[in-house]
Design a protein around this ligand. Structure first.
Ligand SMILES: [Zn+2]
Ligand SMILES: [Zn+2]
Length: 258
């Protein structure tokens, strides 16, 4: 204390004479929480931090009925158990559902999350995806939630896996564990712009169960991805999980194309 160079004020060596910044900071933060309006992470209008405001939620276009009994692709398909062409050909997953059509403005929100790193959107988009899970799935039937993985290269570039963030928002309120059990064992070209057959080829053999994160033997798995287009990616993931002993794999995505 005797060697103080700060005149007794704000000197790092003189804690007793420094203002109590931590207490002041906490007070300011708690006042801020009360005074500053929370905003919708999508539009910035007044709302709640982790959910879309009513206007944004209403702008997400739900998928219509009737629909394929397996993947919920809207359309009138023949038979008592209606199946779209792709589902008639066989799927690795038991069922798939999505919260909304992959259209504007949801498309832009997904781009902001994935390509502009706006992670504040993840809980709100996850909340939207959770709506589909709770509507279409028997929520008590699952043992764990598995996100579709990114390649290690893309993960390094992005710093997060959007499917993991969505999976967490779906799983946490239901007390389900999120397990990154799958990994990409080879780089794949982006699926965007590829035709259906090329998409299947692109992801064939691209995934494997990572035994470090456990195995799905006898477990009912909820597989989560951001967008379903032809379903080739989730199909390849589901086949790997089923091949590793999963009892069943259902898919929830935030959005899907038609
Ligand atoms: Zn909004
Ligand atoms: Zn289908």
């Amino acid at each position: 204390m005797s060697s103080c160079t700060g005149g007794g004020r704000f000197c790092a060596a003189c804690p007793t004479t420094r203002p109590d910044v931590s207490r002041f900071g906490k007070l300011a933060a708690s006042l801020g929480g009360v005074l500053a309006p929370q905003t919708c992470p999508a539009c910035g209008e007044r709302g709640e931090a982790d959910v879309l405001c009513d206007a944004c939620r209403d702008s997400a276009v739900p998928l219509g009925e009737p629909a394929c009994g397996v993947c919920r692709l809207p359309g009138r398909f023949p038979g008592e158990e209606p199946r779209c062409e792709a589902c008639l050909a066989g799927r690795g997953f038991r069922s798939a559902c999505a919260a909304a059509l992959f259209d504007e403005p949801l498309k832009s929100w997904v781009a902001r999350l994935k390509y502009r790193g706006e992670r504040t959107l993840a809980p709100a988009l996850g909340h939207l995806a959770r709506g589909a899970f709770e509507r279409f799935c028997d929520v008590a039937a699952y043992d764990l939630v598995v996100p579709v993985p990114l390649s290690p290269g893309r993960y390094r570039e992005r710093g997060f896996n959007q499917s993991f963030l969505l999976a967490s928002a779906i799983a946490t309120p239901h007390g389900l564990p999120v397990v990154s059990m799958l990994r990409r064992i080879r780089e794949t070209a982006p699926q965007v712009g590829l035709e259906s057959g090329a998409r299947e080829e692109n992801v064939a053999g691209a995934f494997a169960v990572d035994p470090e994160h456990g195995e799905p033997i006898g477990l009912t798995v909820l597989l989560v991805d951001d967008v379903l287009t032809t379903g080739a990616t989730v199909d390849a993931c589901a086949r790997v999980l089923m091949g590793a002993g999963a009892a069943a794999v259902d898919v929830v995505t935030l959005a899907r194309t038609t």
